[in-house]
Design a protein around this ligand. Structure first.
Ligand code: FES
Length: 139
């Protein structure tokens, strides 16, 4: 066997053995992308948010609260209302612009970050946007 034939055979063998691995890797990426790429779903209206100070609801079995972003008046923030300390449901305090946990006094900023009290980590956040009068959230 000539050197050139051997090299071609080696290249073909390498391609044949690595192709299924490359395909599997691509399929794996596609699957994980699909899991992490939920679609935006309407949670409520801006009219309700203006009237009530917040909009609550659930999408895909996840409870959500949406409030205005104090630093960007044309934007909204969506968080899970489940306190990260012991799982109580936080309330939005419109006057203080804080989420307050009734169980142990945990306090969270509108973006879900901890402002005070025992919660060890921020509230879970979700992507949110305004389309016309609709508040859209991606979970
Ligand atoms: Fe919220 Fe304890 S459960 S502060």
């Amino acid at each position: 066997m000539k050197r050139r034939d051997f090299t071609n055979l080696l290249g073909l063998g390498l391609l044949t053995t690595s192709l299924p691995i490359a395909i599997a890797a691509c399929q794996s990426d596609s699957a994980s992308d699909a899991e992490g790429s939920g679609e935006f779903t309407t949670l409520g209206s801006m009219a309700d948010l203006v009237a009530q100070g917040s909009v609550t609801g659930a999408i895909g079995g996840k409870d959500l609260v949406v409030v205005r972003d104090p630093s960007l008046p044309d934007a909204v923030l969506a968080v899970s209302p489940i306190c990260t300390h012991a799982g109580c449901t936080v309330d939005w305090d419109r006057g203080q612009e804080l989420f307050i946990c009734p169980c142990h006094g945990g306090r969270f900023n509108p973006d879900g970050t901890v402002s005070g009290g025992p919660p060890p980590k921020p509230l879970t956040t979700f992507e949110a946007k305004i389309e016309g009068d609709q508040i859209m959230v991606k979970v």
